[in-house]
Design a protein around this ligand. Structure first.
Ligand code: LAQ
Length: 327
């Protein structure tokens, strides 16, 4: 495994670095690992509507970065008290989405510190029933990228004020609030250590048999290009609002799915799919396949049969989508 030390605390740079390593750069080893943190930031999932996820006034007044990730899932808040880890594998054989392989080493490293961490059924790492880590992944051809957050001593008040969480999600998680749901690891560590000490302990355990690669000037130039053109752009982070006249959503085990349809004379003319689900293909291909389909149950059912939904979505079935779109 190759370790790259990203000293940057810009989420825009770090997401560009991830993309560069996944899609452009070849190193001597197929496995790459990053451990990084950011200035106060809201990280929105790939398929979410940014405006619904953020407290715009708070974000503006407190200079919180807002950035859309390449990966699906929901919105998280990070600051200098939180760490993110990224595993990249350029030659990944397994199909679809699976979290265990990458969360395993993190859980192990924490258990060595007597932190009783475990993985839940969707994408979280918990202590007891409180979450300290959210995980997500995306794929590009044969490569996979898995990243996760780790709350060490994040400002939970700022988290609560920055993100707006839909009521149906709070209910689905069986909790009353964001604050009640999360936990900082520093609360359960027996020694009083700094966030930097924590990073050192984690890296000590995670970087067995790894080598270090230092980014060159050319690497940084290419990363800055992706940063500017994509991750810092308004278009990518906020995007355009679709024109629709039918809006339907449902929450499933695999996440919430929002369908925005523009239906004219009974025929779907435009389709936007949003939510905090995980997907293993291109959303635009899925959205486009609805165009020109009649907005009637039988036709949509037939269309969904051709789309191999169970392989596309993580823990969401064809019948779930049908129910969401038209039932
Ligand atoms: N930083 C952080 N870590 C863990 N949990 C968080 C965090 N911020 C908010 N939350 C809680 O998780 C839910 C959202 O959970 P949800 O399951 O919807 O979304 C996620 O977990 C996405 C994880 C993405 C991880 C990547 C890692 C590297 S870059 S981004 C939110 O409403 C809060 O209750």
């Amino acid at each position: 495994m190759i370790y790259i030390n990203s000293n940057s605390t810009s989420p825009y740079f770090n997401f560009a670095l991830e993309e560069y390593l996944l899609t452009q750069k070849d190193l001597d080893d197929d496995e790459i690992f990053l451990f990084w943190r950011t200035n106060p930031t809201i990280m929105v999932g790939r398929y979410q509507n940014t405006f619904s996820e953020i407290n715009e006034k708070y974000v503006r007044e407190n200079n919180v970065n807002v950035v859309r990730r390449n990966s699906g899932g929901g919105t998280i808040y990070t600051d200098m008290g939180a760490w993110q880890f990224t595993f990249i594998e350029k030659n990944y054989k397994e199909e679809g989405i699976s979290f265990d392989k990458f969360t395993g080493p993190i859980v192990e490293a924490l258990q060595k510190q007597d932190v009783d961490a475990h993985f839940n059924s969707r994408n979280d790492l918990l202590i007891g029933n409180r979450k300290f880590s959210g995980n997500a992944q995306y794929r590009k051809d044969n490569a996979i990228l898995h990243h996760g957050s780790i709350l060490f001593n994040t400002d939970i008040q700022a988290m609560v004020e920055s993100i707006t969480v839909a009521e149906d999600k709070i209910i689905a998680k069986g909790i009353k609030s964001v604050r009640e749901r999360v936990i900082n690891i520093s609360e359960v560590m027996k020694d009083n250590i700094t966030s930097e000490n924590f990073r050192d302990i984690m890296l000590d355990s995670l970087l067995k048999n790894s080598t270090t690669y230092t980014l060159t000037k050319e690497d940084i130039k290419s990363i800055n290009k992706i940063q500017k053109e994509k991750f810092e752009s308004w278009d990518w982070n906020y995007g355009k609002n679709p024109i629709f006249n039918i809006s339907r959503y449902k929450r499933f085990n695999g996440g919430r799915v929002d369908f925005k349809l523009n239906v004219k004379k009974g025929i779907i003319k435009n389709c936007t799919i949003e939510g905090d689900f995980f997907l293993s293909g291109e959303i635009s291909i899925l959205e486009e396949s609805f165009i020109d389909c009649k907005y009637v149950r039988e036709d949509i059912s037939k269309l969904l049969d051709t789309l191999d939904i169970e392989n596309y979505f993580y823990k969401i079935t064809k019948d779930d989508l049908l129910e969401c779109i038209i039932d």
